[in-house]
Design a protein around this ligand. Structure first.
Ligand code: SAH
Length: 352
């Protein structure tokens, strides 16, 4: 074997077996190593006490374990929500969120460092895309948080920074590893992948035989308004997107979620609700209404509470199920990507 280091925490058991074979080791060790990494959440080969010291050293040199360093933790006094800033092995920083619900603990993870989709209301994309995350870097966000809080994570939403469908292979690997019965065994039904609507990837995902929930960031009832909010709307029309969603439902039987961020005077009128209902007609879906989180650098304002309620009522009248998303961690939160953005701004100022 050459000197390249291998990302063993992103590997399926079969792939670990192949590595062990190359190292001249017994393949059955793969299951032990997998369980140490993904079930017992070991951070260090030194903890893997049923492996020989010689093997642990060999692994340390060839397959160093990916781990994240916590840079900041903010805990909400309102509802216990926690926001984390983690440093990756290359010192890029990402953010993740832990939320407590009646039905269990949920972690929101990032799939990329930054984002290049350019949505005009979002803070994650302000500095563009740096790079995609590996599967192990996505897993580590969950593992680290479970270790810090000491509480089991039962739900995962891939709704942090980044566009998961632009990091397709690593996101799928993440989903398969975290739902593996030899790992944390989080049910695929409790995993949600949120996309701004990359049509070819949605169609591809439909074929993967997964039981995850797909959430689509729609945010507008027609192409014209959507183009003002999301550059991706110039590439794919709403009708193409909805066709792909129908296909996803046909293939997987999984009900879709549509996210709709309400911005004052932009997409929150009763006419917008009626038009949205027309777009979603006949599709097995649920709409999450999110009063937009204002971002300093952006011009969008949050809809009035009254408008949000009226919007939801109007949808209901047309037979579309909607939920107004409860705001979590309002005292620490800010919008997606704001924690990282403020950290980057701070560290730049300190350099001057
Ligand atoms: N790129 C993916 C996932 C990350 S964003 C996607 O677009 O779905 C997760 C969700 O938060 C998306 O629905 C996104 O549109 C929404 N979002 C981003 N900034 C927001 C803001 N300022 N207020 C409310 N929702 C926001």
């Amino acid at each position: 074997m050459d000197n390249t280091v291998l990302d063993i925490k992103s590997m399926y058991p079969e792939e670990i077996k192949a590595v062990l074979k190359e190292l001249g080791e017994k393949p059955f060790r793969a299951d032990q190593i997998f369980s140490w990494m993904h079930e017992k959440l070991a951070d260090d080969y030194a903890d893997m006490t049923n492996l020989s010291k010689a093997l642990r050293e060999k692994l340390e040199n060839t397959c160093p374990l990916t781990s994240l360093r916590m840079v900041r933790e903010e805990i909400s006094k309102v509802d216990g929500t926690r926001k984390y800033l983690f440093a990756l092995p290359d010192n890029n920083v990402i953010e993740s969120v832990w939320m407590q619900y009646k039905h269990g603990n949920s972690v929101c993870i990032s799939s990329q460092v930054g984002c290049r989709m350019g949505c005009r209301f979002c803070a994650s994309t302000l500095e563009g895309l740096v790079r995609s995350l590996t599967a192990s870097e996505m897993l580590e966000q969950v593992y680290r948080i479970q270790k810090i809080t000491g509480e089991r994570v039962s739900n995962i939403v891939i709704m942090g920074s980044g566009e998961p469908m632009e990091n397709y292979d690593n996101v799928l690997r993440f989903v398969r590893l975290i739902s593996s019965e030899k790992g944390l065994h989080i049910s695929q039904r409790n995993i949600t992948v949120s996309t701004c609507g990359l049509v070819p990837e949605i169609r591809k995902l439909a074929e993967e035989d997964l039981a995850i929930t797909l959430a689509i960031s729609l945010h507008a009832p027609n192409d014209e308004k959507r183009k003002q909010m999301m550059p991706v709307a110039n590439k794919y029309s709403i009708s193409e997107l909805i066709e792909a969603c129908r296909y996803y439902f046909e293939k997987t039987g999984r009900r879709l979620t549509f996210e709709y961020a309400l911005a004052k005077g932009q997409n929150d009128s009763p006419e917008d609700a009626a038009e949205l209902a027309g777009v979603l007609k006949g599709l097995n879906c649920h709409v999450n209404l999110i009063p937009i989180n204002p971002v300093r650098e952006r011009k969008y304002a949050r809809s009035e509470q009254e408008a949000v309620l009226a919007f939801n009522k109007r949808l209901e009248k047309y037979g579309i199920n909607g939920t107004i998303r409860r705001e979590m961690g309002s005292d620490i939160n800010g919008a997606c990507g704001q924690l990282r953005k403020s950290y980057l701004d701070d560290s730049r100022e300190n350099k001057i």
